[in-house]
Design a protein around this ligand. Structure first.
Ligand code: TXA
Ligand code: MG
Length: 320
C-alpha cells in the first residue's frame, strides 16, 4: 500500500536543503540521497553510532558490509590502499557505477562496523551532482547502502525511499529518477586476481577492456568474501516467475521488447537494456500489488547490462 507523500522529501535543487542534510549527517543522523544507480541511505562513515543506525533502520544483518562513498580520489586514498588496477579503473569509470573492494589503510578512519569487521573496504565515487555536493560539504566519507529495507526491491526514486522506510529517515533528498537504475558493479581488487562480486551498472566487458580478464566469484567463496550477496534479495512481496511468455490467470506481466503486447508494462519496448535497467525497480514496485498472485517476467537477454538485470531478477525470484 502506498503511504502518503512526506514533507521529508526535499527537492535537492535548493542549496539550503543540502546544508540541512549536511548538518544532520554531522550530528550522526541519516539522510537518503540520490545517486546515478539507486538512492542511498547515508551516514557519516567514521561515526560508529550513525553507522549502527543504518543497520537498524534497514534491518540489515551486521555481517553485510556497506559501501563507502567519496566525492574525490584524494579523500578516498586516505582510507584504502590503491593498487595499479584500481588506479586504472578509477581513471576509466569514476565518478560512476563501480565499487572497488580494497585493503583498509592502517589508520583508516572508517568505522569497522561499516565493513563488518573485514580488513577490506568497498569504496565508490558516485556520478551524481547531489551526492557529490552532500559528500564534499559533509567533509567525511558517507556509508550508504540502498535506501530500502533489507531484501526488498531497491529504490530508484525518492518516493520509493519513503514507501520503504517512511518516518525512519529524517531527510530524503529528491533528485528524480536514477539514471542507471541498478546498483554499482562490485569488483574485488584485493588480490592479483580481480574478481566480480556483483554485476551492476558498469558492464564487465568494459572493465576487462581496461584491466584484462576478471574472474567470476563462485557461489561458496562469494558468500564469505561478500556476505551481502544473499540468494533472495531485491524481492517484491509476491512471487516472481521468470522467462515467461505470457501471464497466467491472476498474474501481472512485465514485458521486454517489441514482441510484447503494447498495453503491457514493458521494461523497454525497443529492447534497450539501458532503458530496462532504469525502469526495473520502479516497474517491479508498481506491479507488486496484493491483487496479483505474482509477477511473470519476460526473458531479458544476458548481455551487457542484461547481466545485472538478470542477477536482480533471479534473486528476486528466489523463494523465502
Ligand atoms: O549502487 C550502489 O552500489 C548503491 C548506491 C547507494 O551506491 N549501494 C548499494 O549498497 O548497493 P548495498 O549495501 O545495497 O550493497 C553493497 C554490496 C553488498 O553486496 C556488500 O556485501 C558488498 O557491497 N560489500 C561491501 N563491503 C564489502 C567488502 N568489504 N567485501 C566484499 N563485499 C562488500
Ligand atoms: Mg541493497
Amino acid at each position: 500500500m502506498k503511504k502518503k507523500q512526506s514533507n521529508k522529501i526535499l527537492n535537492c535543487t535548493g542549496k539550503n536543503h543540502i546544508a540541512k542534510a549536511v548538518k544532520l549527517i554531522k550530528a550522526g543522523g541519516l539522510v537518503a540521497f540520490p545517486t546515478e544507480t539507486v538512492y542511498g541511505l547515508g551516514a557519516d562513515a567514521t561515526n560508529d553510532e550513525a553507522v549502527a543506525c543504518i543497520f537498524d533502520v534497514k534491518k540489515r544483518p551486521y555481517f553485510n558490509p556497506l559501501i563507502i562513498h567519496f566525492s574525490n580520489l584524494s579523500s578516498l586514498a586516505a582510507t584504502v590502499e590503491l593498487n595499479r588496477l584500481a588506479e586504472k579503473l578509477a581513471l576509466a569509470f569514476w565518478p560512476g557505477a563501480l565499487t572497488m573492494i580494497l585493503p583498509r589503510k592502517n589508520n583508516c578512519p572508517v568505522s569497522l562496523l561499516a565493513s563488518a569487521g573485514l580488513e577490506t573496504l568497498a569504496v565508490r565515487i558516485p556520478n551524481h551532482k547531489t551526492a557529490n555536493a552532500l559528500i564534499s560539504a559533509a567533509m567525511t566519507p558517507i556509508a550508504a547502502p540502498s535506501a530500502n529495507c533489507s531484501g526488498e526491491v531497491s529504490p530508484s526514486r525518492a518516493e520509493h525511499v519513503w514507501q520503504s522506510l517512511g518516518d525512519k529517515v529524517e531527510i530524503i533528498l529528491d533528485g528524480g529518477p536514477c539514471k542507471v537504475g541498478v546498483e554499482s558493479t562490485v569488483i574485488d581488487l584485493t588480490s592479483s586476481n580481480p574478481t566480480l562480486l556483483r554485476p551492476g551498472g558498469i558492464v564487465l566487458d568494459d572493465i576487462e577492456k581496461i584491466i584484462g580478464p576478471v574472474s567470476l566469484s563462485d557461489g561458496s567463496k562469494n558468500k564469505i568474501r561478500s556476505p551481502g550477496m544473499l540468494d533472495r534479495h531485491y524481492a517484491p512481496s509476491i512471487p516472481l516467475r521468470l522467462n515467461a511468455n505470457k501471464a497466467r490467470p491472476g498474474e501481472a506481466f512485465l514485458a521486454f521488447g517489441s514482441r510484447a503486447n503494447s498495453h503491457h508494462v514493458n521494461l523497454s519496448h525497443r529492447g534497450d537494456l539501458k532503458e530496462a535497467a532504469t525502469n526495473l525497480f520502479a516497474m517491479l514496485r508498481m506491479l507488486d500489488q496484493p491483487n496479483f498472485k505474482g509477477i511473470a517476467v519476460m526473458k531479458v537477454p544476458s548481455v551487457g547490462l542484461g547481466v545485472a538485470i538478470n542477477d536482480r531478477l533471479k534473486r528476486a525470484a528466489t523463494p523465502l
